[in-house]
Design a binder for this molecule. Structure first.
Ligand code: SF4
Ligand code: MG
Length: 319
């Protein structure tokens, strides 16, 4: 088994006529084949921007992305290897084309299937992998004949059609009916494990991250503020913001009943003029004088567990 690493560091500052939105700053992360990494944070924290940087939907202002340890340019081959699944399954499929078309197109485009028989065979195989069976029924359906969960499965199958090494799923179940969320997440989990995909699961829901991911990255106001194994981050959260997210999260054993409500503990800050020092200081219940003036650097809290918070400055010296 080969380990595949992606590193994205120093994300984008974008916006031309308006003041620059510092959507993502100094975010460094790596994904590993067969592992699930969750990126957690409120809406507007920069999660989707990181996803789009990784998928090269737009370029970083500075920084770089590595694939298998090598920096990647803006290449078609890289964009094939890193596929995205978006939040809205209703917007991601052309309503005038059948499921077969949506899957056949990438297969043909990337030369994985040439003859009509090859295409049909591979379309059927893709539908089976995402459990849309009987396949010969599903391939002839139009998007409007499918439920949201079924559409999301088609979107996942389409991503798989080009044989990616990594899948970035940006809130893949938050627009789906609560009763079918778990099934779609389990499918993604199964693909990561069985097909050795690196999966980045982006969510506002830390409880589902705890449930599915091996590692968790917590974003706040465009920055990574805590990262570590799922157990460490959720059982023993270091950053006050992570604690806030966890206290607002529903029972982890009832992942299928999550609502989309964000936390009720104040508003996330503007990314045009973010707060000085620690960006969380205006909302932090344990802020100290230094927090509003000095940006906290990354400190190791425990094995495979880091945070950016002045509470751990001493810990990092000791480590
Ligand atoms: Fe709170 Fe200060 Fe830590 Fe920021 S650095 S989370 S304000 S204690
Ligand atoms: Mg988003």
């Amino acid at each position: 088994h080969v380990t595949k690493h992606f590193t994205a560091s120093r994300g984008g500052r974008f916006g031309r006529r308006r003041p620059p939105v510092r959507a993502v700053e100094d975010v460094s992360l790596s994904l590993t084949a067969g592992r699930i990494t969750a990126m957690v944070g409120e809406s507007g924290c920069g999660k989707s921007t990181v996803a789009r940087l990784l998928a090269q939907i737009y370029p970083p202002t500075s920084g770089r992305i590595l694939l298998h340890g090598r920096p990647v340019g803006r290449s078609r081959d890289y964009r094939r290897q890193v596929q995205m699944v978006f939040q809205d399954p209703f917007a991601s499929l052309n309503p005038f084309h059948k499921v077969h078309y949506h899957l056949a197109r990438p297969l043909k485009l990337h030369g994985h299937a040439r003859t009509a028989a090859e295409v049909d065979e591979q379309v059927a195989e893709l539908l089976e992998r995402v459990s849309l069976t009987p396949v010969d029924q599903f391939m002839h359906k139009l998007p409007h004949e499918l439920s949201g969960g079924q559409r999301q499965r088609v979107a996942i199958a389409r991503a798989l059609a080009v044989r990616p090494v990594a899948l970035i799923a940006d809130e893949p179940v938050s627009m789906l009916d609560v009763s079918i969320r778990l099934g779609v997440l389990r499918l993604l989990e199964q693909l990561a494990r069985e097909e050795n995909l690196a999966l980045l699961y982006i969510t506002h829901d830390i409880a589902s991250a705890r449930y599915f991911a091996d590692d968790i990255l917590v974003m706040y106001a465009g920055q990574l503020i805590e990262q570590g194994s799922s157990e460490k981050v959720t059982d023993d959260p270091a950053h006050p913001y992570t604690r806030l997210l966890l206290s607002a999260a529903p029972d982890p054993d009832r992942v299928e009943e999550h609502s989309d409500e964000t936390t009720d503990h104040g508003e996330p800050p503007s990314l045009i003029s973010p707060p000085s020092g620690c960006r969380f200081h205006p909302r932090c219940p344990v802020a100290m004088p230094t927090c509003s003036t000095t940006v906290p650097t990354r400190a190791q809290v425990a094995d495979a567990h880091w945070t950016n918070c002045h509470l751990y400055d001493q810990a990092s010296v000791d480590a």
